[in-house]
Structures are given as C-alpha cells and as structure tokens.
Design a protein around this ligand. Structure first.
Ligand SMILES: CCc1ccsc1-c1ccc(O)c(O)c1
Ligand SMILES: [Mn+2]
Ligand SMILES: [Mn+2]
Length: 256
C-alpha cells in the first residue's frame, strides 16, 4: 500500500500522541509502581487524545500497552507486578487515532541500572536508528535487517528472529514483514508512501525466545536481558520520516 499526504498527516498525529504518552512514562517509571497503573495512565491519555488503544481486544489481548521487563523480550502483560531498582522496562503503545495507528516503544530505567544493561539499551537504540538510516526509495527491505544484524552481532549480542516489524497505517499489521536479521539487497524494493515499523529486539545473550504459559509473554531462553525500541516511519521521496519521535527529545538514550 502506498500512502499519500493524507496518510502522512494521519500518521503524524497518531505518532505524536504515542510519543507524548511515552514522554509521560519517562516521568512515571520508578521502583515501586505497578505496570497495571502505568497501563491505566496510557489508556486514559489515549482516550483524552481522542484515540483508542489498538491492542485492547486485539487477538484477545486485554490491555492498552505491552510492558516488558528485563529478560522479557516483548508482549509483557501489565499486572500488579511492581518495578524494582535496576529494572530495564520496554513500554509499547499503539493509539488508534482517526483510523491511523501510531506504534512505538522505548526503554525506560527504574532506579539505578547496571552499566552492562545501559550499554544493551544504547546499542538497541543505535540498531533502530541504523535500520531507519537504510530506509529510502530504491533500497531493499533486507538492507534494514542486514544493517541492524551487523551492528548487534559485531558486539556479540543476539538479534531476535521470532518477532518482526510490519507495515501499518489504517491496519495495525500489514505487509511487509520487517525482519531484523536479513541479507542486504534482498526483499521488496522500498517506495515513497510505504509505512512500516522497525522494532529490533536485542538480547545480551542468544537470540532464542520462548513463550510463557499466558500465551503472550516472550522471554529469552537463556534468561539474558533483552531490549527493544520501535518507531513508525513513512518512506519519503528522499528517505524516511519518523512519525513517533518525542517532541521533548526523550526518546534518545543515554538517559542521564
Ligand atoms: C499486544 C498486541 C499484540 C498482540 C499480538 S502481537 C502484538 C503486538 C505488540 C506490539 C507491537 O509493536 C506489535 O506490532 C504487535
Ligand atoms: Mn509496538
Ligand atoms: Mn509493532
């Protein structure tokens, strides 16, 4: 699907609301808060912004966000679980605003996070931005995953294969599947008007993942820490536009 100016306008608005919600999470993530309480703030901010949570009811999912802590790779379900000092936390939100999905996630620190975990978070952000840097008309989809994989594996980190980025717009998930480990020069050619997410999950240890009995929560098999960042982007005539950038510059680690 190739979108025109109306689609870019719609995604800018949905993406900005999503980024503002994650900016608010920067102020609220701290040891002692429950992930359920953060999910409630997220849902209220979506509704106040005239949007609805795209994940609520999606394939039977019961919450307005995914909150994934430490060795949880993705799809962590908000609960009465309290954050503790040293936790690294991914919060993933997708407000659906006037028919457009703004899908984004960032890492947050609860209290004092060990340097090794901070380095994983910074490298994962670099992977996302390096992947976005490959997105332009004429590039191949595989160029994105190849660049991400190279940056992560050079530092001996594991790139998760089990979950991918995706096309989006009026749909939450559409073609293409954006794999975060791929071969350059392969896959469909990128064209202006394509919308997609890039959402690399990078593990301190091996790439392998398993699902918990709740049917949602994905964890590293070797229990190593995992980090993820996600942006929704649109391919423009000369590159890519990021729809989910923080208006306050809060989406860029290192977090001091
Ligand atoms: C919880 C929403 C959900 C359910 C099945 S996959 C999924 C999901 C979660 C976060 C995402 O960024 C995404 O693209 C999909
Ligand atoms: Mn997401
Ligand atoms: Mn996504």
């Amino acid at each position: 699907k190739l979108h025109g100016p109306e689609g870019f306008e719609g995604m800018r608005k949905a993406g900005r609301l999503a980024a503002e919600i994650l900016d608010e999470m920067t102020r609220r993530v701290e040891p002692g808060v429950t992930t359920e309480s953060l999910d409630t703030v997220i849902r209220e901010m979506m509704l106040d912004g005239g949007a609805v949570p795209a994940t609520l009811g999606y394939r039977g999912y019961t919450h307005s966000s995914c909150i994934s802590i430490n060795h949880v790779v993705c799809h962590g379900i908000p609960s009465d679980k309290r954050l503790k000092d040293g936790d690294i936390v991914n919060i993933d939100v997708t407000p659906l605003l006037d028919g457009w999905h703004g899908d984004t996630s960032r890492m947050f620190f609860a209290g004092d996070v060990p340097l090794k975990a901070q380095k994983l978070v910074e490298l994962t952000y670099e992977c996302l931005m390096i992947g976005i840097g490959e997105a332009r008309p004429g590039a191949r989809l595989g160029d994105i995953g190849a660049a991400i994989q190279k940056h992560a594996e050079r530092q001996r980190y594991g790139v998760v294969r089990d979950f991918c980025g995706h096309g989006l717009g009026r749909l939450f998930h559409d073609a293409p599947e954006v794999v975060h480990a791929a071969r350059a020069g392969t896959g469909p050619e990128l064209k202006p008007g394509m919308f997609m997410t890039i959402e690399p999950m990078i593990n301190l240890g091996r790439p392998a993942v398993k699902l918990l009995n709740d049917g949602w929560t994905a964890v590293t098999r070797d229990k190593s820490l995992s980090a993820q960042f996600e942006h929704s982007i649109g391919i423009t005539e000369d590159g890519a536009e990021i729809f989910t950038t923080s208006p306050e510059g809060l989406d860029k680690p290192p977090y001091d």
